[in-house]
Design a protein around this ligand. Sequence first.
Ligand code: ZNH
Length: 141
Amino acid sequence: MLSAQERAQVAQVWDLIAGHEAPFGAELLLRLFTVYPSTKTYFKHLGDRPDEVQLLSHGQRVLEAVGVAVRHMDNLRAALSPLADLHAHVLRVDPTNFPLLIQCFQVVLASHLQGEFTVEMQVVWDKFLTGLAVVLTEKYH
Ligand code: ZNH
């Protein structure tokens, strides 16, 4: 899916995020829930306005999973199989929500990394996250 050079570029950006999974993840969720309120329907147990602690804790889990994906770019399907089962069979998250999360993730990256998140980096991250979403949503049928 990604060339060796593209994988290296994905990893290069990840190195800037690693260690900051909770705050980056919390901002990702805050943007997702605010810009696309329909996504909150999957998180009813967090209440109408998830608090900072909830955002940090779930945000960290989501970003840690992205970190796992970065480390297993050559074997995404196997590495994320349990998570794909969870989203398809237990959570039943509609696949249309994934592009919304990807969109918010890119805004978080651009706003924090600024010049380091170049156009070229956005291209490879879009490809990488789309591939990740494909794996997480392919067990629905
Ligand atoms: Zn998800 C959960 C990741 C997307 C919704 N997630 C989850 C987790 C993780 C994740 C890691 C945890 C698991 C356990 O615990 O075991 N996600 C993820 C990723 C992505 C996602 C990586 C992409 C890329 N999700 C998503 C979307 C949605 C969701 C789009 C909707 C909107 N998730 C979800 C939910 C949950 C999860 C609802 C559960 C939560 C709780 O439990 O609290």
